[in-house]
Design a protein around this ligand. Structure first.
Ligand SMILES: Nc1ncnc2c1ncn2[C@@H]1O[C@H](COP(=O)(O)OP(=O)(O)O)[C@@H](O)[C@H]1O
Ligand SMILES: O=C(OP(=O)(O)O)[C@H](O)COP(=O)(O)O
Length: 395
C-alpha cells in the first residue's frame, strides 16, 4: 500500500491531489459544536500544501438523500477549515459540476478547495457499481492523485471513498494509517476482560455488528438508542423510544445464545418530548410509559456499567449512552465516560459524537488511550471485516 509519504516523495508541487476526508462534524444550526474531525484532517492537508500540491478535499456531512439540502452544506466546515489552516478554502457549490471544475482550475499551488457535500450526488452512495464508477470518473477528472484520509468513512463502499481509488494513483493518508495502527492492538490479544460499550443512534448499523463482536469480547454494555430494541426483545414496552422492530428477533436470539454477555439498562430517563425542556422521569426499564421516549440510561445502570468497566483490561466505547447534547440526558454518557477515564484499562473511544461528548462534557482526553475519529469504521475493523476504503488501497 502506498502512503502519503510516498506521494510527497514522488513530488506533488503543482499537482492536483484529491483528499477524501471525514469532516462530518456535529452542528447546531450553522455552528460547529465540535471541530475534532476537522483538526484531525489538518496534518495530511498541511503536508500536501507544504509540498506545493493543489489540494481538493471531498467530504460528506450528515445523510442527505442524494440531492442538495442547504442544512447539509459544507459551508461552515469550509470556514472552519480555512481558520485552522490560516488560508482561504474555496467551497464549490456543487460536487463535480461546473463550480467544482472552476474552483479546482482556480487553485494556486499550496491552495485548498472543498467540494460541496458528496452526498448531494445520489451516485455517491448508490448500490449500483456502474453509477458509482461514473461519478468516480468525474472525481478523477478533478485530480492527478487520490489520498484516502477519511478514516470515519472507510467502512463505506461509496464513490469518493472506494471507487475513485481505482481511478487514480491512490495513497493512504496519515490519519487512516494511524487509526488502523492503534486498532490493530485490539484485534491481537487484548487484555481481558475485553468490554465493549455501545450506544448512539445508528441502531441498525450497530445491531449488525454486535453478532460478530460477541465471540471476541467478554461483555457488551448497551445504552443509547441501541438498547430499546433489546429491551423490546425482553418483552418490555419501550413507548416512543428508538426501535428497530425488524431486529427484535435477532436481539432475542443474541440474548438467548449469549447468556450474561449482553448487559442492558436497568433504568432509563424518559421524556415526553425530544427537548431540553421536556418533562422527565427516571424509571425502571420495565416501566417505560406509553407515549414517552427513553433518552438516557439511568443512575442504577451507570453504577452497574461502571463496575464492569472498573474490572476491565480493555474497553472499546462507541456511541453516547443518551442524548448528551441536551443537559437532562447527558448524565449517563458522563458517568460511563468517567468510569472509563478512572479505569486502568486500555481504552479506545470511537465515533464523531462519542469523541465530541468526551470533549463537551469536559472529560480529560488523556483519560483514554486513544480517541478515534471513526465509530462505525472502528467497529467494523474490530469485527474483523475488511474496510473497503482501506482494502482498495492494496492493504
Ligand atoms: N436514547 C437515544 N435516543 C435517541 N438518540 C440517542 C439516544 N442516545 C443517544 N442518542 C444520539 O446518538 C447520537 C450519536 O450516535 P452515533 O452517530 O451512533 O455515535 P457516534 O457518532 O459516536 O458513532 C447522538 O447525537 C445522541 O444524541
Ligand atoms: O459519523 C460517521 O460515522 P460514526 O458515527 O460511526 O463515527 C462517519 O462520518 C460516517 O458517516 P455515515 O455513518 O453517515 O456513513
Amino acid at each position: 500500500m502506498k502512503t502519503l509519504d510516498d506521494l510527497i516523495a514522488e513530488g506533488v508541487a503543482g499537482r492536483r491531489v484529491l483528499v477524501r476526508a471525514d469532516l462530518n462534524v456535529p452542528l447546531d444550526g450553522e455552528t460547529i459544536t465540535d471541530d475534532g474531525r476537522i483538526r484531525a484532517a489538518l496534518p495530511t492537508l498541511q503536508a500536501l500544501t507544504g509540498a506545493g500540491a493543489k489540494v481538493v478535499v471531498a467530504a460528506h456531512l450528515g445523510r442527505p438523500k442524494g440531492a442538495p439540502e442547504p442544512r447539509y452544506s459544507l459551508a461552515p466546515v469550509a470556514r472552519r477549515l480555512g481558520e485552522l489552516l490560516g488560508a482561504d478554502v474555496a467551497l464549490a457549490t456543487d460536487v463535480v459540476g461546473e463550480s467544482a471544475r472552476a474552483t479546482v482550475a482556480g487553485l494556486a499551488d499550496g491552495g485548498v478547495a472543498l467540494l460541496e457535500n458528496v452526498r448531494f450526488e445520489a451516485r455517491e452512495t448508490s448500490k449500483d457499481e456502474a453509477e458509482r464508477s461514473a461519478l468516480a470518473d468525474e472525481y478523477a477528472a478533478l485530480a492527478d492523485a487520490f489520498v484516502s484520509d477519511g478514516f470515519g468513512v472507510v467502512h463505506r463502499k461509496q464513490a469518493s471513498v472506494y471507487d475513485v481509488a481505482a481511478k487514480l494513483p491512490a495513497y493512504a493518508g496519515g490519519l487512516v494509517l494511524a487509526e488502523v495502527d492503534v486498532l490493530k492492538q485490539l484485534t491481537g490479544e487484548p487484555a481481558r476482560p475485553y468490554v465493549v460499550v455501545l450506544g448512539g443512534s445508528k441502531v441498525s448499523d450497530k445491531l449488525a455488528v454486535i453478532e460478530s463482536l460477541l465471540p471476541k469480547v467478554d461483555a457488551i454494555l448497551v445504552g443509547g438508542g441501541m438498547c430499546f430494541t433489546f429491551l423490546a426483545a425482553e418483552g418490555l414496552g419501550v413507548g416512543d423510544s428508538l426501535l428497530e422492530a425488524e431486529m427484535i428477533d435477532t436481539c432475542k436470539r443474541l440474548l438467548a445464545d449469549n447468556p450474561g454477555k449482553v448487559l442492558l439498562p436497568a433504568d432509563v430517563v424518559i421524556a415526553d418530548e425530544f427537548s431540553a425542556d421536556a418533562s422527565t422521569h427516571t424509571v425502571l426499564a420495565a416501566n417505560i410509559r406509553e407515549g414517552w421516549k427513553g433518552l438516557d440510561i439511568g443512575p442504577i445502570t451507570v453504577e452497574r456499567y461502571s463496575e464492569v468497566i472498573a474490572g476491565a483490561g480493555t474497553v472499546f466505547w462507541n456511541g453516547p449512552m443518551g442524548v448528551f447534547e441536551l443537559a437532562p440526558f447527558a448524565e449517563g454518557t458522563r458517568g460511563v465516560a468517567q468510569a472509563i477515564v478512572d479505569s486502568p484499562a486500555y481504552s479506545v473511544v470511537g465515533g464523531g459524537d462519542s469523541a465530541a461528548a468526551v470533549r463537551q462534557l469536559g472529560l480529560p482526553e488523556d483519560g483514554f488511550s486513544h480517541i478515534s475519529t471513526g465509530g462505525g469504521a472502528s467497529l467494523e475493523y474490530l469485527e474483523g471485516k475488511q474496510l473497503p476504503g482501506v482494502a482498495v488501497l492494496g492493504a
